[in-house]
Design a binder for this molecule. Structure first.
Ligand SMILES: Cc1cc2nc3c(=O)[nH]c(=O)nc-3n(C[C@H](O)[C@H](O)[C@H](O)COP(=O)(O)OP(=O)(O)OC[C@H]3O[C@@H](n4cnc5c(N)ncnc54)[C@H](O)[C@@H]3O)c2cc1C
Ligand code: SF4
Length: 348
């Protein structure tokens, strides 16, 4: 499958990127690692006239203390040892272009924000994680069996609401797209209370990640065509929480999640002090499960307590027939994974 023709733009700074986006929007698409966008362009899901390759923007790479400005970090980033010593009070800033491999292997993230490092390590395959970025994973397009197909295949089915058509094959009769958000790191980031920074023509805005997603499959994120995701912030208050990520996929070596659960727990004196559970691949957005803190805080974790929270997670999951596995199985696996992940995180 060939790529559609496009003009490639290569800015060297955020300011230059924002200018180019303003100039060519809406017929422009950001590319970071390209691991999701390129296959989608080959399938003719996107055919922008301009593609803006942001990989030359060095300031968007690396993990650093949010307290230390990027310019002062060695070579644009901090060594893990320095992070171990220096990250205090302000939490951590991760550039949107930071590769998933770097997140997976960061000694600092593995010790302080383990659920994120673990989720990053499950994305695709090692080669794709070398190319794929955290920003791309957050902005990832939603997925559906009827959408992630070639043009010929989609044409044969009469297209669908998400692209070029006006019916939904998953929920016929409705006018909503239910394609599933299928990124692995966003549920981990939600558990950590992450915020993101977006740069656009009128400056930068910072918002909680949970407010970035709409829950609608064909307009799943609040990002204008002239905007760029620049940074991700993890609060100091989430550092040191015990975390586990569990994922259901068909091929263990490479596939997107068909159900995913991130769990983060703060323990104190043999009890849960605080806890969060977030899901992916079973709704049109990654979602935090409501009521988990209330169900777990102040209690010691055992099978029954974990099962109670797992039931809340299963009720939050709303999988439809957007993937190769049945909605019933995916929902059940959310319950099983949540129970196991809570027990593991508590006992780790
Ligand atoms: C075979 C295969 C298996 C995969 N398995 C998984 C998996 O298991 N889990 C998973 O989560 N993903 C998976 N992926 C998808 C992909 O590898 C990852 O999600 C990766 O993190 C995407 O990052 P990227 O930098 O390559 O994004 P790109 O492909 O460059 O971009 C993805 C989307 O984000 C937008 N974007 C990227 N960066 C920015 C930015 N800074 N600001 C604004 N918009 C931006 C792009 O315009 C595009 O819409 C898989 C891909 C393949 C090909
Ligand atoms: S959920 Fe419906 S509209 Fe959305 S991609 Fe699938 S078939 Fe298309």
């Amino acid at each position: 499958m060939s790529l559609p023709e496009f003009k490639l733009l290569r800015p060297r700074s955020v300011a230059e990127a924002v200018d180019l986006l303003a100039q060519y929007a809406p017929d422009i698409q950001v590319i970071a690692g390209g691991t999701d966008l390129i296959p989608s362009m080959r399938q003719k899901l996107f055919a922008p006239r301009y593609v803006i390759d942001i990989r030359g923007i060095r300031e968007l790479r690396g993990v650093r203390s949010a307290a230390i400005p990027a310019a002062r970090a060695e070579g644009g980033r901090l060594r893990d040892s320095r992070q171990d010593a220096g990250v205090t009070g302000e939490g951590v800033e991760i550039g949107a272009l930071t590769s998933l491999t770097e997140i997976e292997h960061s000694t600092f993230l593995r010790s302080q924000y383990p659920v994120l490092a673990e989720a990053a390590a499950t994305v695709a395959s090692p080669i794709l994680r070398n190319m794929g970025t955290l920003g791309g994973n957050i902005c990832l397009d939603t997925r559906c069996l009827w959408y992630n197909q070639s043009l010929t295949w989609r044409k044969g089915c009469g297209f669908c609401i998400k692209k070029d058509g006006n019916i939904c094959h998953v929920a016929p009769g409705g006018d909503t797209c239910w394609a599933a958000f299928s990124g692995d790191t966003p549920p981990a980031l939600l558990c950590l209370g992450a915020e993101i920074e977006i740069a656009g023509p009128s400056g930068t805005r910072r918002l909680p990640l949970r407010d970035f997603y709409t829950g609608i499959g064909d307009s799943y994120r609040k990002l204008e065509k002239n905007e760029l995701l620049t940074r991700i912030f993890l609060p100091q208050s989430s550092a040191g929480w015990h975390g586990v990520y569990r994922k259901l996929r068909i091929r263990g070596s490479i596939d997107y999640p068909l159900a995913g659960v991130a769990v983060a727990i703060r323990r104190n004196n043999g009890h849960v002090e605080d806890a969060r559970v977030a899901l992916t691949a079973v709704n049109a957005a990654p979602v935090l499960v409501k009521g988990v803190r209330e169900a777990l805080a102040g209690r010691a974790m055992d099978e029954a307590v974990a099962e109670h929270a797992a039931e809340l997670a299963a009720r939050t999951a709303k999988p439809l027939t957007t993937s190769a596995l049945t909605p019933e199985y995916r929902r059940e696996m959310i319950r099983v994974f949540t129970r196991r992940a809570l027990l593991q995180a508590f006992n780790s």
